[in-house]
Write a protein that binds this ligand. Structure first.
Ligand code: NAD
Ligand code: 89V
Length: 352
């Protein structure tokens, strides 16, 4: 039997949303039964660009107008705008009874995050956060190898993201943000830390700014103590000069009681056992036809995330990075800023 087509609207036709639209189109062409039927961007030029590029005629500069025009006809909305707009767009979508995917960081404060989760829950719509780093193929393979028990109980981890890639060219708002690397990138790396090692009991953090042309911090180094007694180090930098820049790869080390994992640059996963043997796996992402260097791992992860969201929607199961779960990632970012300001270790808040 043919499955019903799940109908969505995209709000925010900016830089990153192009990946999301291409991934929805891939899923549509793969016969997965999903379609973006309406677009919204308050910038008429971006809206026209997406309308023409993706052939979606229903295009609106106001989200209210879109929801009014499609009353009862939408299953979900994909909110791909930057964070300040989420506080109004998420409740608006919830009031219209559609399931919601919202880009990270889904709220600018934990108070706002709680409010959005509560509003979605009261409206009986799901709130899924578009957090894709844990869906990068190499990262996912590392998570799954750890979860399989192959190296036994982990006791130490390191997730390292160090690059000098010019992220400000495509995302100029990043250069103006008072809070930069922890809020934009650290959030992804901290989410990987949670996916690998679970919730965090306390953390410490130091930050600095190397690039004088930006407003926020571009280097952050954190130590996390997880509930299960695992210690992890998360380090991020957009000020690291390397001839062979790994952007946008996260490199991972995990030491377990029965072996160790090393996710090396260029998608090499080493699995070391207690006998001194090492199995080397290539964990390179399958590049979507539209992907382009150096964004391939992220672009492939957008497809993987959206495919999982769609499957979850059909199975009526919550996704891993639902609002309640992602609240705890957001709480690590908040705790990191507090730790960096006070030079004290901080107990992060947690969704109860
Ligand atoms: P962008 O500024 O290029 O795009 C945002 C778009 O949203 C703009 O076109 C803007 O006009 C539109 N917009 C803003 N408020 C609106 C509103 N109320 N109604 C309708 N349209 C509105 O930003 P971007 O770089 O595409 O980033 C968007 C989000 O995606 C950010 O939250 C960012 O952190 C996130 N992002 C995620 C990843 C990832 O998943 N790995 C990568 C890059 C960016
Ligand atoms: O994934 C992101 O959120 C991007 C980047 C990789 C540039 O940090 O903003």
């Amino acid at each position: 039997t043919q499955q019903r087509t799940v109908r969505g609207a995209l709000i925010g036709c900016g830089f990153f949303a192009e990946n999301q639209m291409r991934a929805w189109r891939d899923l549509h062409e793969m016969g997965k039964g999903v379609e973006i039927v309406a677009l919204c961007d308050r910038d008429p030029q971006r809206l026209a660009y997406f309308r023409d590029l993706f052939g979606v005629e229903a295009a609106y500069t106001e989200a209210e107008t879109l929801f009014a025009a499609f009353a009862g006809e939408l299953d979900f909305v994909d909110i791909a705008t930057t964070t300040p707009s989420h506080a109004a767009l998420v409740p608006l979508a919830a009031r219209h009874g559609v399931d919601i995917i919202c880009q990270k960081p889904f709220a600018g404060s934990l108070e706002n995050a709680s409010r959005l989760i509560a509003q979605c829950s009261a409206s009986r719509v799901s709130l899924g956060i578009h957090e894709n780093f844990r869906w990068q193929h190499a990262v996912r393979q590392t998570i799954e190898t750890l979860r399989s028990g192959r190296i036994g109980r982990p006791f130490f981890g390191r997730i390292s993201y160090r690059s000098g890639f010019d992220v400000y060219a495509a995302q100029p708002y990043l250069a103006r943000a008072e809070r930069f690397i922890l809020e934009d990138l650290g959030i992804h790396v901290l989410d990987i830390a949670r996916a690998l090692f679970g919730e965090v009991a306390r953390l410490s953090c130091e930050t600095t700014r190397i690039n004088a042309a930006i407003a926020g911090e571009d280097v952050a180094t954190l130590m996390l103590q997880h509930d299960d007694g695992i210690t992890s180090v998360v380090d991020c930098s957009y000020a690291t000069r390397l001839a062979d820049d790994p952007f946008p790869q996260s490199l991972i080390e995990v030491d377990g009681v029965h072996g160790s994992l090393r996710l090396r640059q260029d998608f090499v996963l080493e699995i070391h056992d207690t006998g001194g043997h090492c199995v080397v796996q290539t964990v390179r992402p399958e590049p979507p036809a539209w992907s382009e260097s150096p964004w391939v791992p992220i672009q492939a992860s957008v497809l993987a995330f959206q495919a999982d969201w769609l499957e979850a929607y059909r199975q009526n199961r919550p996704i891993e990075t639902r609002g309640e779960d992602n609240y705890n990632t957001l709480a690590l970012v908040e705790a990191a800023y507090e730790a960096a300001a006070t030079h004290q270790s901080v107990i992060p808040e947690r969704w109860n």
